[in-house]
Design a protein. Structure first.
Length: 378
C-alpha cells in the first residue's frame, strides 16, 4: 500500500498556523510511523519544513514543495491540479487530505479528515474566499471519499447531518494531548514563574485570535472577575488569525487595557508551564470540532472553564465547569467560583488529569490505518 498524504499545513513556524491542524498532522505522522513500518508513505509538505523534527522511519518519504503551499492561494492549485498528476506519476494507491479536501478529480481512492464544519455553521467568521472554497471542495470531497475521518463524535454527527454522508463511511479518530503536556516539576514551575515574572494567580486563555473563539465574550465576563479579584489578570496567549480587530476594540471599550495582557504565540516547550502556572484556564469558544486547549490544560493539572457547545462537553466531560458561550455572566460566575473555592479547583485538577488520559494519539493512528485498509478494500 502506497499512501500519499497532503501535509502542506504542517508548520514549524511561530504563527497561528502552528496550531490545531498542524499538530494533528504531526502527531498522526509520528504515530503512524511507530505503528506501520511496512507500507509506503509519501508525505507532501510546504517548502522549508524541518523534516528531521518528525523522526519518521524509512518507509516515510517527506517531500517538501518548491512552492510556499502554507499559503492557501498556492496550496489550493496544488491540491486540485498538481496532486492528480503526482498521484498518477508515483503510482499511489490512496490519497489522504488532512484538512477536508481531496482533488475533485482524484485518480485513486481518497480519505479526508474533517476537523469541523465551522465554515458552514458560522460562515461570517471566515474570509469569503476561504469559506467559498472550503464549502464547495469539502462537499464534493466528502461525496467521493471512500472514508471520512473526524476528530470527535460531534463532528461525525455534523458530517452526516450537514453533508448527507452515510454514517458507515465516517470514522472517529479523536485528538489527544501531546506527551509533553503533563504537570511539571515544582522546581521547573517555580523557575518559570520567576523568569516570566508571573503574578501569584492569573486566568489564562490559549488559542488563535479569530471570531469563533469568542474573545469579546471572554472580555465581557472578565469584567466581573477583575472587580472581585483585582490582583488576578487575564493573559491571552495565541497568534493572530483573522478578523480579530473587534477584540481589541472591546478591550478599549471596557477599560481593561491594564488588566488584560496579550502574550502572543506561546513556545511549545513553555506551553505546559503556562497552563500549570494558571489558576484556571478559560476557553469560551462558540464552536470546536474537538477543542485541544482545554484537553491540554487538563493534562497539565489546570482547572478548566469552557463552553457547553459543540464538541467541548465531549472532551471535558465532568472534569470542568461549562457555560453558554453567549452568556458572559455565566462564564464570570464559573471563573469566580474556581478562584474562590480551592477545594473545587483541586477536585477539577484531579478529574482533569484522569479525563485527559482517555485520549491517545496511538488510538487515532490505529483507527486511521484501519480506515486506509477499508478504503482500499471497498
Amino acid at each position: 500500500m502506497h499512501v500519499a498524504i497532503n501535509a502542506h499545513l504542517l508548520a514549524h513556524t511561530r504563527s497561528f498556523r502552528r496550531a490545531g491542524v498542524s499538530h494533528y498532522i504531526e502527531q498522526l505522522l509520528i504515530h503512524l510511523g511507530h505503528l506501520d513500518r511496512t507500507h509506503h508513505y509519501s508525505v507532501y509538505t510546504t517548502r522549508g519544513l524541518d523534516q528531521s523534527a518528525l523522526g519518521l522511519p524509512p518507509n516515510f518519504r517527506v517531500l517538501p514543495s518548491l512552492l510556499p503551499t502554507i499559503n492557501p492561494r498556492v496550496r489550493i492549485p496544488w491540491e486540485q491540479f498538481l496532486a492528480p498528476f503526482i498521484l498518477r506519476a508515483t503510482r499511489a494507491d490512496l490519497f489522504h487530505g488532512v484538512l477536508n479536501v481531496a482533488p475533485i478529480v482524484c485518480p485513486v481512492p481518497s480519505l479526508i479528515t474533517i476537523h469541523d464544519l465551522a465554515f458552514i455553521r458560522f460562515p461570517a467568521t471566515f474570509r469569503s474566499y476561504n469559506r467559498t472554497y472550503l464549502d464547495m471542495a469539502t462537499r464534493l470531497s466528502a461525496r467521493h471519499a471512500a472514508r471520512i475521518l473526524v476528530v470527535s463524535e460531534h463532528t461525525r454527527h455534523e458530517v452526516v447531518g450537514l453533508l448527507g454522508v452515510p454514517a458507515e463511511r465516517v470514522v472517529v479518530t479523536p485528538n489527544a494531548a501531546r506527551a509533553h503536556f503533563r504537570p511539571p516539576a515544582a522546581a521547573d514551575l517555580a523557575a518559570f514563574r520567576l523568569r516570566k515574572q508571573l503574578p501569584e494567580r492569573f486566568v489564562l486563555y490559549v488559542g488563535t485570535l479569530e471570531p469563533r473563539k469568542n474573545l469579546t465574550t471572554l472580555l465581557d465576563a472578565y469584567v466581573e472577575v477583575a472587580r472581585r479579584y483585582p490582583q488576578v489578570p487575564l493573559l491571552i496567549g495565541g497568534g493572530k488569525g483573522w478578523l480579530y480587530d473587534p477584540v481589541f476594540q472591546r478591550l478599549e471599550q471596557l477599560g481593561l487595557r491594564d488588566r488584560v495582557h496579550f502574550i502572543g504565540y506561546l513556545d511549545e516547550d513553555d506551553l505546559p508551564l503556562w497552563y500549570a502556572a494558571a489558576a484556571l484556564f478559560v476557553f469560551p469558544s462558540i464552536y470546536e470540532g474537538f477543542g485541544m486547549p482545554p484537553l491540554e490544560a487538563m493534562a497539565c493539572g489546570t482547572p478548566v472553564v469552557t463552553s457547553n457547545s459543540s464538541s467541548l462537553p465531549e472532551v471535558v466531560g465532568d472534569a470542568g465547569l461549562m457555560a453558554s458561550p453567549h452568556d458572559p455572566a455565566a462564564f464570570a460566575d464559573a471563573m469566580v467560583r474556581l478562584l474562590s473555592d480551592p477545594d473545587l479547583a483541586q477536585e477539577l485538577r484531579v478529574r482533569g488529569l484522569e479525563r485527559a488520559r482517555h485520549f491517545a494519539w496511538q488510538t487515532s493512528a490505529e483507527r486511521t490505518l484501519a480506515a486506509y485498509h477499508a478504503a482500499l478494500s471497498g
